[in-house]
Every structure is written in C-alpha cells, then in structure tokens.
Design a protein around this ligand. Sequence first.
Ligand SMILES: Cc1cc2nc3c(=O)[nH]c(=O)nc-3n(C[C@H](O)[C@H](O)[C@H](O)COP(=O)(O)OP(=O)(O)OC[C@H]3O[C@@H](n4cnc5c(N)ncnc54)[C@H](O)[C@@H]3O)c2cc1C
Length: 328
Amino acid sequence: MTPISYSRATSVAEAGRLADGAGARLLGGGTNLVDLMRKGVERPSRLVDVSGLSDAIELARSGSLVIGAAARNSAVAAHPLVRQRYPMLARAILAGASAQIRNMATVGGNLMQRTRCLYFADVAGSRCNKREPGSGCDAVGGFNRYHAVLGTSPACIAAHPSDMCVALAALDARVQVSGPGGDRMIPLVDFHRLPGDRPDRDTVLDPGEVIVAVELPASPFAGRSAYRKVRDRSSYAFALVSVAAGLTMREGRIEEVAIAFGGIAPKPWRASRAEAVLRGGPAAGAAFAAAADAELADAAPLAGNAFKLALTRRTLEAVLSELTGGSL
Ligand SMILES: Cc1cc2nc3c(=O)[nH]c(=O)nc-3n(C[C@H](O)[C@H](O)[C@H](O)COP(=O)(O)OP(=O)(O)OC[C@H]3O[C@@H](n4cnc5c(N)ncnc54)[C@H](O)[C@@H]3O)c2cc1C
C-alpha cells in the first residue's frame, strides 16, 4: 500500500505550492480521481483538496459569468443565471452522470476528468499509451465502439468524456488558471490537447497550475440553443455522440452559429467548418447536411465506431432543424 498525505488548500496559491511536485494531485469531488486510484491508474502520494476554494457563480462587470472551479456541477446547472443565459450548459450538465455524482463533481474536476477508454482503466491487462507512454494502444484493433473518429493519432483514439465541456466549447468559455508562472486565461477550445505522440498529456496545464474559474462571455444564443446527447442507455451513460449548438436567425437565414461535438474526439470538438458552411446561409436541410460533411471530412473511423459518422450527421441535422423551426 502506498501512503498518501492529505491536505486541504485554503487558497489558490497554497494549492499550487502543495501540488507542484511529482506524486501530488489536486482533489475536487473525487468522483474520477478516487475511482482511478482504486483501479491503480493513478497512484498519488499527496492529495491536495481544492473543494474549499471559490465556488461562487457571479456576473463580472464585463457581463461575463464567472464560475468558481469548486462550484458543484449540480449548483451550476441549477443556477438561475446559467439557466436563463446559457441553457445549453445547464442541459449538458444534467445529461451527465447521476444526481449524486453531479452533487459531488466540481467544475475544475469536470474539465480535468480522464477518458473512459476501457483499455486506459485496465491496468492489469491492456496496453495504453495514455496511461503508460510508449506501451501501445489496444483500442485501435480492439473494442472501439466508444472511441473517437476525429483528431485521433496512431498512438491514441480515446474520446473525451465530458458533457459540460462540449457546451463550454460552443459558448467560447475561457479557463482561468493560476500557477508558478502567474495567472493566465486559456480558451476552453485550446485547454484540452489532441493526442499526437503525447496522449498522456490531456491538457495544456503545466505542473503546479490550478484551475481557478471558468468564464463565460455574454451569449447571443440563449433563445435558440440545445444540447442533445445520444447514448446506449437513456441515463447514466457517456455520449456516443453529443451536439451543443446555438444560433441566431435574421430574415430566414442563419446569422450567427456555434456548434461543438462530444463523444467523437479526444477533446470537446468545436465544429468551425460546419459553422462556416451555415453562417449567413439558409436554414435548410441541404445546408445542414453540407455542414456535417464539411466537419466530418477528415474523420478516421475504425471497425467498431464507423456508425458514429451517420449518427453525428443525423444528430446535427436534427438539432439544427429543431433550432431553426423545422421538423427533421
Ligand atoms: C458512474 C459515473 C458516470 C459518469 N457519467 C458522466 C457523464 O455522463 N458525463 C460526464 O460529463 N461525466 C460523467 N462522469 C464523470 C464526472 O462528471 C466526473 O467524474 C467529475 O466531473 C469529476 O469532477 P470531480 O470534482 O469529482 O473531480 P476529481 O475526481 O476530484 O478530479 C478529477 C481530476 O481533476 C483534477 N482537478 C480537480 N480540481 C482541479 C482544479 N481546480 N484545478 C486543476 N485540476 C483539478 C484532479 O487532480 C483530477 O486529476 C461520470 C462519473 C461516474 C463515476
């Protein structure tokens, strides 16, 4: 048994100082980290509890909503400002996990949760480059129904698991972090990394950096937004495909649009190519199909997950149709 020290940080600076060392891990609600410790994937020697740091959800003078990293997922989904201004975020959070888990899970922990790839979690029996760099990837030729079709590399095809982050990607959220090098703001779309040849690095966070808050700029999409998640069970299951989308219309045409996908990529996937096809164009089925084609053009499906291409296309078309008043 490995001895583990536990301390509760009372400030961001203290958390960063305590967590800046090999073997240290920040602890939010523990719903992911403790699971991984039980499985032997994570073996920290020091836990630094950050669940007592800011959980405030408040409007800044700029009009942005600032959500403290220790805010529980359930509190974010239920907050009146989130429900009014960012309904797709409330829906995305409520589509994830269970009420009990959402009551424990923090915003910081949700951003940092690891993949649900079965081979990543199987310490005893499987090769995984994300868990053990250079060991190989058993998912590529194995059971890859739940894996990514966009943004993968020969080293890793694991999908990003978060629902919340998909909505945050569509909403242009920014992540406020603090560390030994000072404070910085990272656009959510740049926060998670594609695997390349370093799949062990999920994010761009440096050692000792702590997530302090997530900032959401004012959004024009509150009136027309959606989060749709397709999964094997109707609750308590991760996404096969999910779509977060918001748009505005002007004289029958799509004016502004933001789309992100979950379940099909190693990071929350902002669908910029699809947006470019739709922006300024008609709200018509042919445009929705062309948007899906543009985004999926570089997809690299495998034997077990090729169905995700058609599923992504149909889910996107249905969401866009719903948001523009059609009946697809
Ligand atoms: C059965 C089950 C079903 C689930 N289903 C879903 C689902 O459908 N959709 C979904 O999106 N999620 C799902 N989840 C995952 C869940 O959302 C995450 O476990 C949760 O969001 C993690 O938050 P946490 O606070 O508990 O993180 P922790 O487990 O405490 O930490 C996770 C990681 O975040 C790091 N961390 C924590 N706080 C900070 C911080 N402030 N700064 C930097 N790093 C930090 C930790 O060091 C650790 O690496 C499910 C989980 C379970 C157990």
